[in-house]
Design a protein around this ligand. Sequence first.
Ligand code: BGC
Length: 485
Amino acid sequence: MPSASHPSLSSALASIEEQFDLSKIKLQGILDRFRERMVYGLQNHGAAMAMIPSYVTGTPDGSEKGVYLALDLGGTNLRVCEVTLGGEGKVSMKQEKYKVSDQLKTGPVENLFDYIAASVAKFLKDFSSAAPQNPQDGPLLMGFTFSFPVEQTAIDRGTLISWTKGFSCPGAVGLEVVQLLQGCLDRQHVPVRVNALVNDTVGALLAHAYHAKGALLGAIFGTGTNGAYVEAVERIGKMNAAHAHGEETMIINTEWGGFDDERAALLITLFDNTVDRTAIRPRHHAFEKMISGMYLGEVVRTVLIHLVDSLHLFQGFSSELLNKQYGFDTAYVSAVLADKKPSNSADSPTRLVLVDTLGIKAEHVAEGDVETVKAVCKIVGRRAARLSSVAIAATLQHTGHDQHRGGAELQESDYIDIGCDGSVYEFLPYFEEWVREALRDLVGEGAEKRVRMALAKDGSGVGAALCALQAKKQHDRMLARSNTI
Ligand code: BGC
């Protein structure tokens, strides 16, 4: 029976490891391409890594105050929040989650948006203390975190470029998202005005800046992956600088999940091709499919099935769930990586996942199999982290934040703050450690030390509220300017 010491198993594992390996030199090649595509996307519309101007020209400094609604669609649930910004970086929030069924995710877009509007109405009725009591009070302002690629044309305007993460409502691409939602809210007489359209990465950046008094990058490593950073307006060649209303910087939503859909630099394995070919949108968001929570478990599952089929795993037996697409959730990858128990112990978390959750027969799971599954999760998880570090390193270099401070001790102002959110960042063991290891390869230890990554607490909620506030500020400033002309 094959076991961990079986020569053909070790060579099968070595071959898998080699296919997923990203040595320093390979990573550097991907980084070079990433930087080139950043510049390209800033100059050209329609790039796979779209580099979308958000029309948000300022980041908060913690002093902001007010009550705003936030709506969050793009992960597993729909969420409605009432956010009270108390100044001094203080926030309090009421929130409620509403399930988005697969039928809504893939059915007519009108049904999805009607459901969203009805959820906002329900929230106001059940939970809100700020909902206007009389029509003359005016509507509540709401930031809409819509975490999909959107071609933005104003802080509250944008059309859907493509669905990602398992959503696929037909007829939605090209539609004006805020108008669609506002129409549904108005028809249902919900006293709310959507005044900001926000990507979750922009929200993460704003929320983190509010908390940390400034930040360079907001990054999501969750169901999908993406990042938003602060860019100099003069470098956004494809945008008329007048849209920045005299401000020098604007947040860019990179949509880095779409990096290298051309497959010029990414080292794509047979297993990635299998995951891609069977995904809702093949040949789209290749980078995301190697990094994010929607796909990591599926990459692991594809490798495990290959090892089962070549009789290196579970004596060649599988189970109904392991055979099923997306049957190996990324949460299991986290559980396996967190497993510190010896592989022969009956209650090792890895064994429990395999036997109790996935239904593989206990007698088919040898000690060596537990080791093999751990090794595969490590190979796939570490590659995801190393690729994530490419995106971070590229942003550091592109914005000139990759210098180090020699031997000198770091001062507070030397730190580069990155607000991160998402299940992979939060729950995948060793993720940040592996990201940092790769960052040292790419930008050196001095620059890596300056990077301060932290959980951006609730970017999609607090960030959307901050964006609604920012939109109001930008709007008031514009009005004041036009009144003085
Ligand atoms: C979407 C991005 C989003 C990211 C994280 C990707 O699939 O294209 O807009 O920011 O997921 O949620």
